[in-house]
Design a protein around this ligand. Structure first.
Ligand SMILES: [Zn+2]
Length: 378
């Protein structure tokens, strides 16, 4: 399975200037190559090479391999769309391959620049160290917010798939980011605190509207995003590790449409947080980590999972007297509301395992008393 690993480079001021210069020349050359190809209606590497290679070498001062890479950047663009002639941003990505990029030990990388090879250290934590041997082929050098990053493709082996006989149901919520059917709760408290604090500060900055305030806002958005990603990584890692240890699958809802579906029991303030929360990201993280671990993920329909009794199947809005509580009006079963929902997702996941996704019913097959109109929101 292919993943992208990001390495932050730590160039000296001098090296930074040289990298920027290289980036600009490279992108000018790519734009030139695209124009040459477009004018002659040729879009392949070999054809454009014949037209533009010599001139690129002379005009832009690129090495042989870098000229090839610049042409490749134009060709890649044509592979998607031949009807427009692309113009590349001066500081767009450079795609390096092994001939112009090599790792020196665990902490530095050697990159081709206009002025020669540069040896540049990068930030390397345990995660990067472990995976460095798996870097394959090419890496993109990108410049973002004043910093250089290398985006490397790594190839990780997928785990041999587990044949599960059971699944863990995972319910996602606002107060508790995730609750699983074994009763473990992954709290969103810290995330919420963090978000509220930032929302207040954000309002103050928005009122000011100055240039400085705008910069500050951008910074804050970045921090929130990173914090969220970190939390999502932690939660998904724990969930997948647990499923793997138990030899079971994971049942969770399909997260592609999550923003459209907010529980009506939740106030407006929470809705804003919900919309912003990276549930879709959490879903993606669970999916790829599960794939690496060989843990199957079953997407189930979450409708009514929070108002249906996981013991007797009775579905009624009144089963959920408040945000935290589930109390069945039919059989009296009472438990934490998120745990009940997680258990329902587990039951549905099991249904998929036994019957396959098409045949399995939504929820336990028991008579539903239609005491009210079923809200499509739930
Ligand atoms: Zn019940």
């Amino acid at each position: 399975m292919k993943l992208t690993m990001q390495l932050q480079l730590l160039p000296t001021a001098d090296h930074k200037a040289q990298l920027l210069e290289t980036m600009e020349r490279f992108n000018e050359a790519a734009t030139f190559a695209a124009k040459a190809g477009f004018e002659h209606k040729v879009y392949g590497q070999v054809a454009i090479h014949g037209l533009a290679y010599r001139e690129i070498r002379e005009r832009f001062g690129l090495s042989a391999q870098m000229a090839v890479r610049a042409i490749a950047k134009a060709v890649e663009c044509f592979q998607r769309d031949k009807t427009v002639c692309p113009t590349f941003k001066p500081r767009g990505a450079i795609c390096y391959d092994q001939r112009v990029l090599s790792f020196k030990g665990l902490t530095a990388v050697s990159l081709w620049a206009m002025t020669g090879r540069l040896l540049i250290p990068f930030v390397c934590g345990g995660y990067q160290k472990e995976r460095q041997g798996r870097i394959k082929g090419q890496a993109d050098l990108v410049y973002r917010g004043g910093k250089f990053y290398l985006l490397c493709t790594i190839e990780l082996p997928e785990g041999s798939p587990i044949e599960p006989t059971d699944v863990i149901g995972v319910d996602l919520g606002i107060v508790n980011v995730a609750t699983d059917s074994t009763g473990e709760v992954f709290s969103g408290a810290e995330v919420q605190r963090n978000r509220r604090r930032r929302a207040t500060a954000r309002k103050q900055h928005q009122r000011k509207g100055s240039k400085r305030a705008k910069r500050k806002l951008k910074q804050m958005a970045g921090r929130q995003r990173r914090f969220q990603a970190k939390t999502n990584h932690e939660i998904s890692k724990k969930l997948v590790a647990k499923a793997k240890a138990l030899g079971v699958g994971i049942a969770m809802e399909d997260l592609s449409g999550i923003r459209d579906r907010v529980e009506p029991t939740v106030g407006r303030r929470f809705r804003r947080q919900f919309g912003n929360w990276g549930f879709a990201q959490l879903g993606l993280f669970v999916e790829y980590k599960a794939k690496l671990a060989g843990v199957p993920v079953i997407q189930v329909d979450p409708r009514n999972s929070s108002r249906t009794c996981s013991k007797c199947g009775h579905c009624e809005k009144g089963n959920r007297p408040d945000q935290a509580t589930f109390r069945c009006r039919h059989c009296g079963y009472s438990t934490n509301a998120d745990l009940n929902a997680a258990e329902n997702l587990r039951i549905r996941g099991l249904g998929h395992l036994v019957n396959g996704p098409e045949k399995s019913p939504v929820g336990p097959v028991l008579p539903v008393r239609r005491t009210e109109r079923q809200s499509p929101l739930l």
